[in-house]
Structures are given as C-alpha cells and as structure tokens.
Design a protein around this ligand. Sequence first.
Ligand code: ACK
Length: 561
Amino acid sequence: MHSLTASSGPALVGVVRKDWASQNSIALSWSEVERLPSDIVDYEVKYFEKEQEQLSYSSTRTKAPSVVVTGLRPSTVYVFHVRVRTAAGYTAYSPNFEFATVAEDPDIADQGQVLVVVTASVGGFSLLVILTLFLLITGRCQGYIKARMKSEEKRRTRFHSGHVPFSGIKTYVDPDTYEDPTQAVEEFAKEIDPSYICIERVIGAGEFGEVCSGRLRIPGRMDIAVAIKTLKGGYMEQQRQDFLREASIMGQFDNPNIIRLEGVVTKSRPVMIVVEYMENGALDSFLRTHEGQFTVLQLVGMLRGIAVAMTYLSDMGYIHRDIAARNILVDENLVCKVSDFGMSRVLEDDEPEAAYTATGGKIPIRWTAPEAIAYGKFSTVSDVWSYGIVMWEVMSYGERPYWEMSNQDVILSIEEGYRLPAPMGCPVTLHQLMLHCWQKEANQRPRFNNVLSFLDKLIINPSSLLTLVNDVQSFPDSPEDMPDYPLFISIGDWLDSIKMSQYKNNFLAAGYTTLDSISTMSLDDIRRIGICLIGHQRRIISSIQSLRLQLHHIQHSGFQV
Ligand code: ACK
C-alpha cells in the first residue's frame, strides 16, 4: 500500500468494492471505516493502470460513496484508492484495490460511442444482404418440433434458458407445454363469477377487444378497482386460447411490481381477464403528458420498481421479450408495474412496434437486443437490453428511442457499435448503466439483480445523481468540427416536423438560418432565444442531438451530399 500525496488524519474509507465493470468503465462503491466528519466535502478516487505503476494517474471526485469511473482501457487491471476531503483537508487514502475492465469485443470499435444515424441509402441495402444471409443460414438449422409434455413433467421442467434461478424460488411454467391450454388457465387463474364484475367505462383498445375499467365486488371482500380485458365476439378457438394465455402466465406471478391477476371469466360470454386497475395508465404516455414534472429521484424510483419486477421474473426463469415503457403501467402513487405478458411467445400483428425479422418472428426492433433480432436468441440478458431502452425512455420522458430513424438504420447503427446518447438532464451514472445494458456481448451485460442493487445505491446516495451529462456538449466532436454544408430542409420544415413551428421567428431573429447552425446550439442558446417551457426546450434539444448525429455520420462516413 502506498499513498500518492501527503494527507492528514486516518483513512476513513475501508473496503472499496466493484459493482460492475464493462470494457471502458468500472463502477465502485465503498464503506466508511468510522463515522464521517460532518464537514465532508467529497471523495477523491485516484486510479492508475497497474502495469504502468504510477507513471500517470487520474482522479475523479464524487459526493456519494460510489462512482462510475469511465474512459478506461479494456482488459486492463487498474489500482484504485479513495480518500475523503473535508473542510480541513484530505484524510489518508484507503488501501489499494485492483479491478479489471472486461475484454474488448472485436466487433465493436468503441462501446461507449453514442448513436450515429445511418442514412437509409447506406444502411438499407447492406441490411438486406445481412438479413437474407441470416435467413439462409438459420432457416436451415432451426426447424424443430416442440415437444408436448405431460402434466407431471411440466411441473418438474424448468424453462430458464440458461439462467439458473435461486433455489426456493418458484419456477415459471410455460403454458404452451400443456396439451390442453385450458388446463393451464384453470391451474393459474381463478374463475370469477361475472355478476361480481361491474364494468364502468371503456379505457382503451386491447389486442383482442376493449379494455374497460370497473369494480370487482366479491362478497365478503372489499370491492376493488379493476381493469377488464375483454375478448370480442366472433373469435376462433385459437384466439380464445391466445387471449387467455396471458392470464395463465400472469397468474403465476406475485410481486408488487407486476400487474396482479384477479381472475378470469371463461364460462360465460364475454370472456374476460380481470387485473388490478392502474390509475395512470401506460408509462410512455404518462411520461409524455407529465414532461419535466418529476425529480430525477422519482424517475429512478420508477426504474427501480421495474428492476424489482424484472429481477423476480428472471429468477423465475421467465423471459418477457417486450419490455418497453408502453408495457409498464403506473398507479396513483407512481408505482410502476410490468404488464403485457401476451407477447412473450410471438408478437401479434397489431403490436404497433412489431416488425418482421430475418427469422420470420415479429419483434419490437428498437427495444430488442441484437442477438434476439438476428437469430432469435431471447434470454434474461436480452430483457436487460430492453430494460436499458426503458431507462432511456424514462429519463427522456417518453421520447421515441432512436427518434425518427427507420428500424433498418437502428439495426445497422447498433451493429456498428453506436448507442443512444444520454437524454437531457440525465445523470452520468444512469447513462453509464444504460450503456452497460447495451453491451453487444450478452454475457457482459449486468443481470437484473446487479441493476437493482446499483439503483438502490443511487437512491440511498442521491448526491451520486447530481452529475449530469452535459446536454449537447457530450458529443465527440466540438462544434467547430461540424461540416457546414446545408442540410436539405428549411428551419420551418424542421420545426414543423417536431411540432414547434411557433418558435420559427425566435430562431430566425437570433440569426439561426440554416440547420447546421442550429446543430451547434446549446441549451443556454435555446433559452436565450426565448424558449422558456422546459418541455419545449427538451423536445428541441433532443431533435438537435439527432441532427448533430446525422451531421457527424455524414462527415465520418464520407457520404457525399
Ligand atoms: O395508456 P392507457 O390508459 O393504459 O391505455 C392503455 C389501454 O388500456 C389499452 O391497453 C390501459 N390499461 C391496460 N391495462 C390497464 C390497467 N390494468 N389499469 C389501467 N389501465 C390499463 C392502457
């Protein structure tokens, strides 16, 4: 052990732990060996490459007893030590702790790069070639006949796709393994007498029929608010089975962050699934209508709830396959609950985000891990990828991932190693966690229990959320590097496309006449030209980020305008 600089007082930091590591980052947290003085200013984390033994070192500061150290080299052992700064000066360093970053993935040049928009003309054709090749290769190997199991066997069989649940935790039973799917419904869902259900109003259109709100009045029990999914008349037997399949999945779960199934009506018409009522509806639309209205801590609280559900589901060996903000429901206390279990096998035609993949499945491309899109390899860590996208949706108040890019361009950009940039006002640590969820190598992604304990640490030490990613300044190039060829559309068209045309004169009056001049604007510039509403600032900044990315790509791909 050695100390790099002179310091006074005992070392107050004890064991430094690694929470997770990626190719370029290591997340650390530590405990104090004794009570900290009240005048603590912050912690200083010093680190250097072990091989270089102090030839050069770096340091970073944090107000919380945790940090994500970024900008590291892959497959490299680093030495870390931490000391406390008080108003009176530094204490001694903690002992040294050695942690390594993970190996570089040869397929990705730089895991930390933000997303670059690939123009359709460049991306579309190569994608077609890749998809066709995949179809040819995988199509030949993937024919298999699903074995139907007898009732006793399925109880013993575990469907955990490479994930080993903790012992003592209930295991998910796939209803598709029942010879008669009605049996699965009987086993996992309670039949409700329809006279106990009082339908009040229609609240939306589900995949199989209307979704209504109402009350469930079971004699001897307090009546409760419920949502009632109905199966519209004239259905085929297969549709009835598909509809009820969701109930036989949901009925197996018992978790505060998963929608609770109250029961089903199957013995009379209409066939119904009755679940707890969630006052604030789907998370994506809820966030869009409450843009900028929550604290970062509230947003992290929502993400924590979703991580609780996902930890539970992955421990049970259940893979969701369609984790997205539109499939999370929010109650009156902002508690988020995972719903929509119907999609876990095949996405239906009317899922708005579903698109055909090379293997013929329908998949919500923007939310889905590359290995799941390319060859249908869904796993608990492909759910982790989708969870990272949900983190991004939440921190951007329901922005559409990858904005207006086409699905094909999204696939190609991800393949090239680019990733979504941090939303405006997003703490650095959260964006780092997103990037970690979006590691190309599935087994390098965190598991849901890692995500959950990381979020818990952030919530316990909210000061760790104070460092924000600096809006547009977080891009790899400085504004001077931006090309100055004119873009194809006018400022008016651009503002129309993001429904902000009321600000056209603000831009023109301040001398912003071309889109490339706008692409260098910062949040302060936006405020300076008189755009005061936070929601509008957010939408404009997010669109400017997208513009900058397009310019960046055009410049670096040599694409000629
Ligand atoms: O955003 P929303 O109001 O939330 O619109 C959709 C609509 O029904 C179609 O799915 C709403 N919805 C679905 N399940 C529930 C529920 N359990 N509680 C409240 N609203 C629900 C969803």
